[in-house]
Design a protein around this ligand. Structure first.
Ligand SMILES: [Zn+2]
Length: 123
């Protein structure tokens, strides 16, 4: 399908932009999202960085927790909460692994996995 020019509004700075979308793309939310993705205002750029980091962190989580979808979901939510500043640090324990997520001074998400193999017996 040919692309046509429509207008969308950046949801951060309110700037109108001409965007190329499919003819049947009419949902204003979608048009505004495309305009926001293409906008160069600082907030839109920050949002894109956020999106890239979220994807990279999500990939890492999926690799580390390959067979544990519940923990994957939890860890992804942890990344989001840390990124937005809702929480400072989140620790998730599953089996002998501990995953922690926090932000460093450069605003990157630092994800760590540590393994603990303590042998404990009670007699
Ligand atoms: Zn903008």
């Amino acid at each position: 399908m040919a692309l046509v020019e429509k207008t969308g509004v950046c949801r951060f700075c309110g700037q109108m932009k001409i965007i190329k979308v499919k003819e049947n793309d009419e949902d204003p939310d979608f048009l505004n999202r495309v305009a926001t993705q293409e906008c160069n205002c600082p907030q839109a750029q920050e949002e894109r960085r956020h999106e890239m980091k979220r994807e990279a962190a999500g990939q890492w989580i999926e690799n580390m927790l390959e067979h544990n979808e519940g923990a994957q979901k939890l860890c992804k939510e942890a990344v989001e909460a840390v990124y937005t500043g809702a929480t400072g640090k989140v620790t998730v324990k599953t089996g002998k692994y501990t995953y922690s997520f926090e932000k460093n001074s450069k605003n990157d998400i630092v994800a760590k996995r540590s393994f603990s193999d303590t042998q404990e017996e009670s007699f």
